[in-house]
Design a protein around this ligand. Structure first.
Ligand SMILES: C[S@@+](CC[C@H](N)C(=O)[O-])C[C@H]1O[C@@H](n2cnc3c(N)ncnc32)[C@H](O)[C@@H]1O
Length: 259
């Protein structure tokens, strides 16, 4: 049976439960460190550069960058819950950061302000509007200084068929079970996620849909936004163990420049 998608899913799913269901990817410090290693390497990051962490989630990359001396990060995310987590973590660490709740297509940030934009953790392809990802990249282009760089980390659609699982489930601790049913429709993975608590019952029954890109199609999109694509790493995986990480297994990292 076709999975019916709620087009507003991306406005709802990034809450407390997401930090549990995706904890294996986004709450593992070892994985974040490996991702930040590749950010630093591919961008040749310099201390003092102004970095925009767009679709920052709960801010894990910016906090790790800060620890490494890259202290000039601005964080933007649509999810009020996750932005609240960033505020709490920044004040727990007693550090000052610019933290903004906004749609990545219209951040309200001043033009030509940043040296680097990072879009990590497969944060593109959520909206059904055809130009939504282009709009995010155009906004990135607008806020970057001339010579600035963008780094995008997304699933590699060219290998998706090799590793695709129509059904997957995993347990979190003693209580939570996450079940995912998936199908590929054109260039999207459509999914239904059911989250159950053995103690409390059903916690979530939500559908979502993520557009995937090939190395060629993401390059084309970045070029359409005005970037010149310099480097593409097509086989990035920060995971130590083999498992189904919700389509996050095979990723590609693309760097473009605003010339
Ligand atoms: C899979 S999470 C990744 C978060 C973070 N980059 C990481 O790697 O931990 C995707 C994030 O993108 C954010 N997001 C998706 N579309 C967005 C948009 N149009 N504007 C702002 N944030 C958006 C979501 O709220 C969510 O926090």
């Amino acid at each position: 049976m076709a999975i019916e998608i709620d087009p507003e899913w991306w406005k709802k799913i990034f809450d407390r439960l997401y930090l549990l269901t995706d904890a294996r990817s986004v709450c593992d410090d070892g994985i974040t460190r490996l991702e930040v290693d590749i950010i630093c390497e591919m961008l040749s990051l310099q201390r003092g550069q102004k970095i925009l962490d767009l679709c920052c989630g709960h801010g894990r990359h910016s906090f790790e960058l800060y620890e490494r001396g890259f202290m000039n990060c601005t964080l933007v995310d649509y999810s009020s819950f996750l932005i609240d987590c960033v505020h709490k973590e920044a004040s727990r660490r007693n550090i000052e950061m610019e933290i903004i709740q906004a749609d990545a297509r219209t951040t309200g940030l001043s033009p030509e302000t940043f040296d680097v934009v990072i879009i990590m953790g497969n944060s593109l392809g959520y909206m059904t509007e055809i130009d939504s990802d282009l709009d995010i990249l155009l906004e990135s282009f607008r806020v970057l200084n001339n010579g600035g760089q963008i780094l995008v980390d997304v699933i590699n659609g060219s290998s998706i068929n090799d590793t695709f699982n129509p059904c997957a489930w995993h347990e979190i601790g003693d209580d939570i079970v996450v079940c995912r049913e998936r199908e590929i429709v054109d260039n999207r993975v459509n999914a239904r996620e059911i989250v159950l608590s053995k103690k409390e019952g059903l916690l979530r029954d939500q559908t979502y849909s993520i557009r995937f890109y090939t190395p060629g199609s993401i390059k084309k999109l970045l070029e359409q936004a005005g970037f010149s694509v310099s480097t593409t790493c097509t086989d990035f995986s920060p995971y130590r163990k083999k498992a189904d990480f919700g389509c996050m297994n095979d990723r590609m990292i693309i760097v473009g420049s605003k010339m």
